[in-house]
Design a protein around this ligand. Structure first.
Ligand code: HEM
Length: 458
């Protein structure tokens, strides 16, 4: 039998560790990184220790190992209250891989590119709400865009009452879930109890039930409709069949819709908000981007914008410096495995650290500086650059999120200059399970083209 040998690590009590992880997520990981480097263990009394890996060699071993070595859905069970038991994020094994095969195709290739026009239209609708020099919350605007996009593309909703209703209910649910107290309850189980009508847990359960009601009504309506031409992801899921010929049940459809909603709009909105922060914080980056966009002309196509090298590099660097998900999903070892010379016993949990991998001096010289040029100068391997995780759990929305980011950035930046109201440097803050710009970041808008008509506040 191989003897387990684990990397060294701090002996801090689990409760104190969690407090720091929730309230100071960047300091949490940077302190460990300074003290232990790439690889360390967080020891737990139960014996189920957590090993942080971020060396490219270790990440390659984790992401290319046969999926039978790990369970990843298990570590995501804290999200069951929201996503349900059938969510791709929570499944493991054969059910996970068959569900992935079913869900992934619409987020790639021509199917995905067909959504470019919708993304641009929605961005312009939201831009039209801004008034010259009137401060607005940039995150709310980005969220409005990304949620609207998901509802059109995934749910196939046309403009109208149902879209507005769902948009409102989901925004209110997500704001609630991402509030500091509710974010904490994702990490501290004792808070996940219904202590009465006004308790956090009771309120969130009621909010989810309202969203569910609308989702089930939509599924029922689609089942009676006979429109073969629909290209939205809900229709594709309803038409798809498992290997045994069975369609997805209503509950399965609901769980996957909720998963795509939650995973697909919050993350992209956070990334876009950071991009606008960096473009204003570093005027030379904005100038360079603007000059690249100017070459596109006025009637550019989404597919042309998506090919622009500097725009792509700005998006990549945004996701490198402050990755929205600081880690990939935790992988729990199902049978002993050796990673970078460490023998990991069953029950150990591997945490692939995206943040540390993106801040390794050897890979990214001056890692704290925002420099899109690094992506033009060299190519990074999927084990050095991994904002969307890796292996059999790699984000299914990767191509779609990058496409959406580029179209939104190109649409806004080519017409409007956005400036931060408060120019002080920002550090990421916790937002549910992710990290994002601190709540309340405000910007003001000014048109840069004569043709852009923006209302002026009087
Ligand atoms: C900038 C935007 C996004 C970021 C940074 C991001 C990041 C991630 C990360 C880090 C993972 C975990 C991968 C792993 O454990 O190795 C993940 C998984 C996932 N993401 Fe994304 N994501 C984004 C956008 C999206 C979009 C647009 C969608 C869909 C509409 C989506 C759907 C999913 C799903 C369903 C999974 C679970 C995959 C599985 O368990 O097999 N994400 N994402």
């Amino acid at each position: 039998m191989t003897v387990a040998n684990l990397p060294s690590g701090p002996k801090t009590a689990q409760f104190l560790r969690l407090l720091k992880l929730v309230f100071r997520p960047i300091k949490y990981v940077e302190d460990y990184m300074k003290a232990y480097g790439d690889t360390f263990t967080l020891f737990n009394k139960s014996g189920n220790n957590l090993i942080y890996f971020s060396h490219p060699k270790a990440l390659e071993q984790v992401f290319t190992a046969d999926s039978s070595y790990f369970e990843a859905g298990r570590g995501n069970r804290i999200l069951r209250f929201l996503l349900g038991d059938n969510s791709l994020i929570i499944l493991d094994g054969d059910r996970h891989s068959s569900q992935r095969q079913l869900l992934a195709p619409p987020f790639h290739g021509d199917r995905m590119r067909a959504y470019g026009k919708i993304i641009r239209e929605i961005t312009e609708q939201v831009m039209n709400e801004w008034q010259v020099d009137k401060p607005f919350n940039i995150r709310s605007s980005m969220q409005e865009i990304s949620l609207h996009v998901i509802l059109r593309v995934v749910f196939g909703l046309d403009e109208g009452q149902r879209l507005e209703e769902l948009q409102q209910l989901i925004s209110s649910l997500m704001e609630f879930i991402n509030s500091p107290l509710m974010s904490s309850s994702l990490f501290f189980r004792f808070l996940q109890k219904d202590f009465g009508r006004w308790s956090l847990w009771s309120r969130v359960t009621r909010k989810i039930a309202k969203v569910d009601e609308l989702i089930y009504a939509l599924i029922a309506e689609r089942r009676t409709e006979n429109n073969q031409n629909r290209q939205d992801i809900l229709s594709l899921m309803m038409a798809a069949r498992y290997d045994d010929g069975q369609p997805m049940s209503d509950v399965e459809l609901r769980d996957e819709l909720m998963t795509l909603l939650v995973a697909g709009h919050e993350t992209t909105a956070s990334a876009l908000t950071w991009s606008f922060y960096w473009l204003d914080y570093l005027p030379e980056v904005r100038e360079k981007l603007l000059s690249e966009l100017n070459h596109l002309g006025n009637n550019w196509q989404p597919t042309d914008a998506a090919k622009l090298p500097y725009l792509t590099a700005v998006c990549q660097e945004t996701l490198r410096i402050y990755p929205i998900a600081m880690t990939s999903f935790p992988r729990t070892v199902k049978k002993p495995i050796e990673i970078m010379g460490y023998n990991l016993p069953t029950g150990t949990t591997i945490i692939p650290s995206i943040y540390i991998a993106h801040h390794r001096e050897e890979t990214y010289p001056q890692p704290k500086q925002f420099k899109p040029e690094r992506f033009l100068e060299r190519q990074f391997s999927p084990y050095e650059y991994l904002p969307f995780g890796g292996g059999n759990r790699r984000c299914i929305g990767l191509a779609f999120a990058m496409y959406e980011m580029k179209i939104v950035l190109a649409t806004i930046t080519s017409q409007i200059q956005l400036s931060l109201v408060d120019k002080r440097p920002l550090k990421p803050a916790r937002r549910g399970l992710t990290v994002a710009t601190p709540a309340g970041m405000k910007m003001v808008a000014k048109p840069i083209l004569k043709e852009v008509n923006m209302p002026v506040v009087v």
